[in-house]
Design a protein around this ligand. Structure first.
Ligand SMILES: [Zn+2]
Ligand SMILES: [Zn+2]
Length: 394
């Protein structure tokens, strides 16, 4: 290993980060100010790819037939490192998950890694992955073969603490629709079949189920259609739910029990049930411990105190990537510990001074980690060894 060269590259990275800061902040705040939800992130993906093209990356748009996906590559051949960009916002809440920071930190880290690629060879590709929140976008990219040439993958998610390994739940989306029969709610209610009552019964059945499921499991949803007027028996009701469990096996089991809750409600009310499970599923994260150690060291070297434990982090489609190639999904603190993701508090943090500091620290820590990896074939084989020895959660 040529330590001297790695050290001088790392020194260069630390100095060069300042020159990117102004543009990256502007890009991040611009995305924050015009939030776009999953699969509609046209501005964000355009702005990020323009930035990368300007810095000499070869951009391919609409990767895997997803209009707002992209890849942007620099260098040639193996090792091939993917840095994942997310840029979707939450419906009604904006960038309350801080994906404006994820998208820009991925782009910044890739640009900052260029001298490393120039020195050691290999390729850095920013994979623009749409709709993390709503459609499990990375799974769609995996199915299109986007990761077939990738050796390892990383990204950083803003949070309220610094951490390098996360524990996430398997998660699947469910759409429920009940069809009943409309009638006048006062004049001839006996002729109606109440689709809203079916939905309420289904939700209540799930609440009864809740006390008998593992405590890590989660079932939560919203009713998106509960009828049109109080004096019409609702002929249609609809809901969106998410079901989560600690492993894919536990999730499959829980799905059957959730579906039974709605089947029971259909039977009780005489309405017709349509139960539509998503054809993608968020898989639990498999943390690459070698990459995590490198990242921890680099985060600490720029003055952050990093959590020693694995941190619970709901679900992410990076879990799917982590089961295909060695991956990390570290967290960078941009808000006080009590600030939860998906709240207005976190929305504000994602555009704050702390948020921009977290973005720049993510840029630097990822580029330093790229230097560690591309600078050492031994480390790459350690990373792969950890990946193959580390069992997939069952
Ligand atoms: Zn989120
Ligand atoms: Zn997120």
């Amino acid at each position: 290993m040529d330590m001297k060269n790695i050290q001088s590259l790392k020194t260069h990275i630390l100095q060069a980060a300042n020159t990117l800061e102004k543009d990256l902040k502007q890009l991040s705040l611009q995305i924050h100010a015009s939030p776009e939800t999953g699969m509609a992130e046209f501005n964000a993906s355009t702005w990020i790819t323009e930035y990368l093209a300007h810095h000499g990356f070869v951009v391919k748009k609409a990767t895997g037939n997803l209009p707002t996906a992209f890849t942007a590559s620099y260098g040639q051949g193996q090792p091939h490192i993917a840095i994942l960009a997310e840029y979707d916002a939450l419906p009604g809440l904006g960038h309350a998950c801080g994906h404006n920071i994820i998208g820009t930190s991925a782009a910044g880290a890739a640009v900052l890694s260029k001298p490393v690629v120039d020195s050691y060879g290999g390729t850095i590709t920013v994979v623009g992955s749409p709709s993390e929140e709503l459609h499990c976008g990375k799974e769609l990219l995996i199915r299109e073969g986007v990761f077939s040439d990738i050796d390892l993958a990383m990204m950083v998610h803003p949070c309220s603490q610094n951490a390098v390994t996360i524990s996430t739940l398997a998660c699947i989306n469910l759409e429920i629709e009940f069809t009943g029969q409309s009638a006048h709610s006062s004049h001839n209610p006996e002729e109606g079949i109440n689709a809203l009552e079916a939905m309420i019964l289904g939700f209540n059945a799930i609440n009864s189920l809740r006390q008998h499921i593992p405590k890590s499991a989660r079932i939560h949803g919203i009713i998106t259609d509960g009828g049109q007027a109080a004096n019409i028996v609702p002929a249609r009701s609809a809901a969106m739910l998410m079901v989560r469990a600690s492993s894919m096996t536990h999730l499959k089991h829980l799905q059957k029990r959730v579906e039974a809750c709605f089947q029971g409600a259909a039977l009780a009310t005489g309405s017709k049930l349509d139960c539509h499970w998503a054809n993608t599923c968020y898989e639990p994260m498999k943390n690459n411990l070698v990459m995590a150690d490198l990242f921890r060291h680099n985060m600490e070297s720029i003055g952050r105190t990093v959590e020693t434990k694995t941190v619970d982090f709901a679900s992410t489609d990076m879990g799917n990537v982590s089961n295909i190639v060695p991956s990390i999904h570290p967290l960078v603190a941009i808000a006080p510990p009590e600030t939860s993701l998906h709240t207005t508090g976190f929305l504000n943090a994602a555009a704050s001074e702390e948020g921009m500091k977290g973005m720049m620290d993510s840029v630097i820590a990822m580029a330093l980690t790229v230097a560690d990896i591309l600078g050492s074939p031994e480390i790459i084989s350690e990373i792969k060894k950890d990946f193959y020895n580390n069992k997939k959660p069952d």
